[in-house]
Structures are given as C-alpha cells and as structure tokens.
Ligand binder design. Structure first.
Ligand code: ZN
Length: 387
C-alpha cells in the first residue's frame, strides 16, 4: 500500500462531513406526539416551536456532587434535567421563588398519571465564585412515562415567574460535539476565508500531534470495526478523518459575561460514543500548544466552552440568545430582564454556603438562604412548601 499523503488542510476544511447528524439546530415538538398529552395547564407558558440547546450529559452533571452524579449516570432514564434559563451558581440567589414556581408548573400539568415525581436540586461538588458556574440543573425523578414523554417532547417552557423558564432535557450519554475554542489575535470577525485559514492551521497541528496520533492508534486497535478504523489506511489517515466533520463558528465578545474575548468554536463529530474514549482524544486535541496560521496570527487552544449563559448553547454569545425574540405571547424573560441579571451577576460576591444544623448546604434551590437583613421573614425564605 502506498504511504498515506496528507491532504491540503485548507481544502479539507471547506466542506465538513456529517451534515446529516449535526446535532445542533434541532427543534422541539418534531418527534412523534406522545400518546398521552396533558388536558391543560394551571400555569400558562409559551407553547411554540424552538430550537433545543445541545448539552452533553457531562456538562449538565459538571460540578454535581459525585454521589448524585453516580446515581444519575447509573439510572439516566429515571431522571430528567430541568435546566433553568440562566441556571448556575447564582440562580437560586437571584430567584429564590423560581424552583417553587417550576414545581408548581409541573404540579399544574393536567395528566392523569404523573407518578410520584420529585424535583431535586443539584448538590454542588465544590463552590465556585462565578455566578453562572455549574451545576446548572435541577433533577426531576420518579415521574411517569406520560409526564416524561410530554416534558421531553415539549422541551422548552417559558414561564412568567422570574427565573422559572426552563428546558427539560434527557440525561443521555451522548458526548457533545464541542472540541475546543480558539482565542488570540488571530480570532476576529470577518470573512469566511479567515475562519478557514484558522481551521487549516489547527488541522495541521492536530494531524502532526503525537499525543493525538497515539490515542487514535489505540482506538483503532481497540475498535477495529469502527467507521474510523475501517476506512483509514493508517493511524495518520484516521486522525485526518477524525477532523473531517470539524466546523468553525465565530463568536464575538460576550457582553453579558463582560469579557472582550473573540472566539472561534470548533465543533465536530465525536470519535467515539464511549465517554472515556471521547474524553481521551478530546483532551489530547485540547493539549495543542499555541500556534500560528499561514499569515502569522496567533491562536490559543482553550477547553472551556463558555457558551451562552442563558440557554448554555455553544453556538452563540449570551446577548444573541434567540429565545427572548419570540414576540407576542412570550412568557419568558425579556432582553431587558437578561441585561439586568447580567449586571447583577457582575457584582455578585459568590455563594456563602454554610453548613446548616442538619448538614444541609444553604443556598441551594431547595433551601435558598435568607436575604440577610433585607428579608422580612428569614425563616420562611429558606424553603419551599412541600409539593
Ligand atoms: Zn442562548
């Protein structure tokens, strides 16, 4: 067999493969209508067609206490992630009534059999200072098949109560398509050709990276029946094929996060559906050192996604979040609401989680801590009535 010749990276970057399985941009209510639908709702929401954000299991379970994460990973079909719009470390501080409002909404769904459901807050593994830091979700457990099917079909629930709009997402195991982001002076708004030049430079680096080659070679040996191993004539060829589906998206500085960073987001089909195999190759690719493009511009490789703080999508920055633009009948937060909360988040000093008498961490959605001297009734503010 003749030795494998590397393709031209610029040509290789022009038409990404696997358009048919690109997971982003899918809309809610496009699967078949569940056999049993609710007869009505006691709490109104905007029932419309929306794009459903793509978030991998590992990101939903990021910074979730290991006991809780293990339980959910082992019983993924028994849980649904209830992801509040703008969820994160500061969410329960900003909206002490929101978790109760989500609970009341689910309670008011008119379905005959909802099971003995419960809404469980994520227990953080460790405190982080950032207002938007994970964990983001609440976990719905014990619900009936009918309730589960309806929530996942509808997926997007804009509610009037501040902070209570949410997404209902499965905790499936599929690895995300996010690979890395590029920052540095090479990243700027501009023509398609600049993005292609950056992608070509990145591919050149990935193709010649020894760590990436090693991981892919090991994968080929372990999974000889995989598409990647079957098609490739050599490990080098497999590494090139691995990057064939890579796409590059430009994101301007995120004004809601208050940063000045221009970013290219690199998305591509995961090498493997096995979480640890994918994590291994992703980590090798993320280990690429800073590099220059053909025109001499610098790029840094970053592994943090830092996508939209509201819906958590990788594809847009927070100020461009499409959800508040639905128009008439929109029950969710307005653009002004988002601006206000983003401002509040910038002044946030971090959660002051303290151990309560029963070892409960205060400041979680089930037990929002009192509002200090401003709270008229500190005791009452610390919990929601049972469902
Ligand atoms: Zn968004």
């Amino acid at each position: 067999m003749p030795p494998y010749t590397l393709p031209d990276p610029l040509e290789h970057s022009r038409t990404p493969s696997h358009d048919d399985v690109f997971p982003y941009g899918k809309r809610n209510k496009t699967s078949s209508v569940p056999a049993v639908m609710p007869a009505g709702y006691s709490v109104p929401f905007t029932d419309d067609n929306y794009e459903v954000p793509v978030i991998s299991n590992s990101r939903i379970l990021d910074n979730v206490h290991h006991e809780q994460r293990t339980l959910i990973n082992d019983n993924a079909d028994d849980f649904i992630a209830i992801l509040p719009f703008g969820g994160g470390q500061g969410w329960s501080d900003a909206y002490p009534n929101a978790a109760g409002a989500i609970r009341a909404f689910i309670d008011g769904i008119d379905l005959e059999d909802k099971g003995s459901w419960d809404l469980v807050p994520a227990r953080p593994a460790r405190a982080r200072k950032d207002f938007w830091a994970a964990p983001w979700a609440l976990f719905l457990t014990g619900c009936s098949t009918d309730l589960r099917n309806f929530l996942l079909y509808q997926a997007v629930f804009p509610l009037h109560e501040p902070g209570a709009s949410f997404f209902a997402l499965p905790l499936s195991d599929d690895p995300n398509w996010f690979w890395l982001k590029l920052t540095g002076d090479g990243v700027s708004e501009g023509k398609e050709v600049k993005k292609l030049e950056a992608m070509a430079a990145l591919k050149r680096k990935i193709w010649s990276n020894k760590d990436v080659l090693k991981v892919v070679r090991a994968y080929q040996a372990k999974e000889p029946q995989s598409e990647l191993a079957m098609k490739a004539t050599s490990p080098q060829h497999a590494v090139v094929d691995l990057t064939k589906s890579f796409r590059i998206i430009y994101n301007p500085p995120d004004t809601h996060r208050g940063n000045n960073e221009h970013r290219y987001i690199i998305l591509g089909r995961p090498m493997s559906q096995d979480k640890s195999e994918q994590a291994g190759v992703k980590s090798a690719v993320q280990g690429i050192k800073p590099f220059v493009s053909r025109s001499g511009r610098f790029f840094n490789v970053n592994k943090d996604t830092s996508g939209c703080i509201w819906c958590k999508s990788d594809l847009h920055v927070s100020q461009d979040c499409p959800y508040p633009d639905v128009g008439e009948g929109w029950c969710g937060p307005t653009r002004e609401d988002l601006e206000r909360l983003a401002q509040k988040a910038r002044a946030w000093k971090g959660p002051r989680a303290e151990e309560g008498p029963q070892g409960e961490v205060r400041g979680t959605p089930e037990h929002p801590r009192g509002r200090g001297g401003r709270s008229p009734n500190r005791g009452r503010a610390r919990g929601y009535p049972d469902q």
